[in-house]
Design a binder for this molecule. Structure first.
Ligand SMILES: [Zn+2]
Length: 261
């Protein structure tokens, strides 16, 4: 009964906030998550389900930068898609074909997420009108509630390309979904990242680690150690043991990060 009572209180509070046009993270403390106005209307009698898309230049980027947050979302029953710009290796690379895609499939399985690919080539990212259009159509078809992407100041051209493709799509689709930036391999890739939001990943960290280590061909001992240092530092900043940090675009709808520990 207590759980039902709490849920009903959340519903009535959410309705109140929706009517006032004030649904947002600053007012959502204590909620498992906040929802958009549209979802609140469409799902008044059921728990809302969000469509979450985490984009990355390569297989592994979403997992390293947002793996804990992905676990939090999928454990709450939301649909999570990991959208990679390319398949991780250029076509001419020697060795077993499809290895990176197979690793991504295993990683997504651990995270209860679905892999998807934007069809570009590793190390040869193209950002031009045709690719902006193609990527926008891809995102539009997925109808996301929230999208995560690379912070654009990044030393890897594929990461920068993904950030620009997402940003252009977000603008052209009318800023209709929440837009967050994440950091990956800070110092080596992401630079000058000053977070606005944090997600506690302390309990989610073991599954994040497993998902990152599923990319076994990508030196996980080295790169996970770096990312874990970042998560511990972001935890110190935000008051958790480990956290992931984000920058929300200033014009983004301000909802949909997991809030509860
Ligand atoms: Zn990458």
């Amino acid at each position: 009964m207590e759980a039902i009572k709490v849920y009903m209180e959340h519903i009535s509070r959410r309705d109140m906030l929706t009517k006032a046009g004030l649904v947002g993270t600053t007012l959502a403390a204590g909620l498992p998550l906040a929802v958009s106005n549209v979802q609140a209307k469409e799902t008044s009698s059921t728990k809302p389900k969000l469509k979450v898309i985490v984009t990355g230049g390569h297989p592994g980027d979403p997992e390293y930068g947002c793996g804990g947050t992905i676990v939090r979302y999928s454990d709450l029953g939301h649909e999570v898609v990991l959208l990679y710009l390319n398949e991780g290796d250029p076509p001419e690379k020697s060795g077993p074909k499809g290895l990176r895609v197979a690793e991504a499939a295993k990683s997504c399985d651990l995270l209860k997420a679905r892999p998807a690919y934007a069809g570009q080539i590793d190390g040869q990212a193209i950002v031009d009108p045709a690719h902006y259009n193609k990527f926008r159509q891809l995102l539009e078809a997925e109808r996301p509630d929230v999208v995560f992407t690379h912070w654009p100041i990044d030393n890897h051209a594929d990461h920068r390309a993904m950030s620009l493709l997402v940003y252009d799509a977000w603008l052209r689709l009318g800023r209709t979904f929440a837009l967050y930036y994440y950091e990956v391999s800070s110092g080596e890739d992401t630079l000058q990242f000053a977070p606005t939001h944090f997600v506690d990943i302390t309990n989610a960290e073991p599954r994040k680690r497993s998902a990152c280590y599923a990319h076994a061909s990508q030196a996980p001992d080295k790169f996970y150690a770096l990312q874990e240092s970042v998560a511990r530092f972001r935890g110190i900043e935000s008051g958790y043991k480990q956290a992931e940090a984000f920058i929300r675009h200033v014009q983004s709808p301000d909802f949909t990060l997991p809030r509860a520990s």
